[in-house]
Design a protein around this ligand. Structure first.
Ligand code: SF4
Length: 313
């Protein structure tokens, strides 16, 4: 074995150890090593799903009515929630050569189904459990803890990195300039903000909007993990590389993660650029619009015939 092969072997072992540590943080119990792709590390739950085949076998999905979201402040009693419309029946059976149908069905079966009332109640219980949290150092500089908000029974969930100044001031996620752009992205998907759920990896604002430290993400990230398990979105859009790396348990860049549909805890996962990045790099809006159209396809939402992209790129 020459020096280059030895270095490649050491790099692979380091990636493996880092990946195992990340999955341990996230409680991922089952994984497989992608055959023939040693340097690609571990693929949690299942390989990425080719977008075209996943969309071709999707069940239709009617956006469900929005219900009141839990507030970021003190826990509240459960609010009345309209009855959930019946979920569309899955396709009669996967056609030969369409394995993604099985993947979609297994995604549905991965977690016990919760009623909208149970989801709202469990989210409020989780918020109460977090309480006036001082589990990590980010508590020292926060004004408001930003738990997340939206429809507890949302079919579509967004997760970002952490609160900024406007979110810290209001206690609500994505309400600053980046949040306004996210609102336009949601509207471009022919949805309303109240129909989706929005949360972050860390619930308290990092000083000067810096990237959360690994230990901060490891401490707070499990709360996002539990929000995903409770809400059970069909599609989870991860905004930015920090959210994508935490949820998917990888060190890969957004450039490598974009373009495929991943899976996490029963949700079909689409990583894309953070709206704050789009404010600095408007040309990337076209890439994001492509990703959002994939999400619409997986949700069974018709893509409107229109030019351009959300935010007017
Ligand atoms: S960031 Fe999360 S873990 Fe840290 S203090 Fe805030 S709520 Fe607690």
């Amino acid at each position: 074995m020459d020096a280059r092969e030895e270095q490649a072997r050491l790099d692979w072992l380091r990636d493996l150890v880092e990946s195992l540590a990340l999955y341990a943080d996230w409680g991922v119990a089952h994984f497989v090593v992608a055959p023939g792709r040693r340097t690609q590390g571990i693929v949690p739950e299942s390989p990425a799903i080719p977008v075209a085949s996943a969309a071709a076998t999707r069940p239709s999905l009617t956006p469900r009515p929005a219900v009141a979201a839990p507030r970021a402040a003190a826990p509240e009693p459960a609010r009345p929630v309209p009855p959930e419309p019946a979920r569309p029946a899955p396709p009669a059976g996967p056609a030969a050569g369409q394995p993604s149908a099985n993947l979609l069905e297994s995604a549905e079966e991965a977690l016990p189904r919760l009623t909208p009332e149970e989801k709202a109640s469990q989210l409020e219980a989780l918020r109460a459990e977090i309480g006036d949290c001082t589990r990590c150092g980010l508590s020292a500089g926060r004004r408001h803890l930003v738990f997340g908000e939206g429809n507890p029974d949302a079919a579509l969930m967004f997760a970002g990195e952490g609160p900024g100044a406007d979110e810290d001031r209001t206690g609500r996620p994505f309400v600053g300039r980046a949040g306004q752009l996210l609102d336009r992205m949601i509207e471009a998907m022919t949805l309303r903000r109240e129909q989706v759920y929005i949360a972050n990896v860390v619930k308290c604002r990092p000083p000067d909007n810096r990237t959360p430290e690994p230990e901060e993400g490891a401490t707070c990230g499990p709360f996002l993990h539990r929000q995903i398990e409770i809400i059970q979105p069909r599609v989870l859009v991860l905004l930015g590389s920090v959210a994508a790396q935490y949820v998917l348990g990888t060190r890969k860049s957004m450039g490598l993660l974009r373009g495929s549909v991943h899976r996490h805890r029963g949700a079909l996962v689409i990583p894309t650029y953070h709206p704050a990045y789009l404010l600095r790099n408007p040309a990337a809006k076209r890439d994001v619009w492509e990703d959002l159209q994939k999400a619409m396809g997986l949700l069974g939402i018709p893509v409107p015939k229109r030019g351009g992209s959300p935010g007017g790129a």
